[in-house]
Design a protein around this ligand. Structure first.
Ligand SMILES: [Zn+2]
Length: 106
């Protein structure tokens, strides 16, 4: 009678395999996140000031990364100036430069 070897419960390349260190799992999460970033395409999303997309604006990249979502998703759900009719918003810099207009971005 042999002890149950939990390693045999997984394929060798299964990330849940007990031989896989956490660092690899974290890296996989990062890679999954990168893949998600690259696959999530919202071409209409842009700041009406600097014309940049959320993924090009560091504040959204950082905030989205903390939440494990894409910058576009973050802007859509969190950015107060986001206009869901056309995907426009003000990034913080442009919002201040524009004199902090009330309401949604045009
Ligand atoms: Zn801007």
């Amino acid at each position: 009678m042999s002890d149950f070897d939990e390693r045999e419960a997984y394929e060798p390349n299964d990330p849940k395999h007990p031989d896989w260190p956490d660092s690899i799992l974290n890296k996989l999460d990062e890679e999954k996140y990168e893949a998600k970033l690259n696959s999530f395409d919202e071409p209409g999303y842009q700041c009406v000031g600097c014309k940049r997309a959320p993924a090009q604006i560091q504040e959204y990249v950082d905030a989205a990364h903390d939440e494990g979502i894409t910058p576009s998703e973050w802007v859509r759900s969190e950015e107060g100036t986001f206009n869901k009719e056309n995907g426009h918003f003000w990034c913080t810099n442009c919002y201040i430069k524009a004199g902090m207009p009330l309401g949604k971005a045009p």
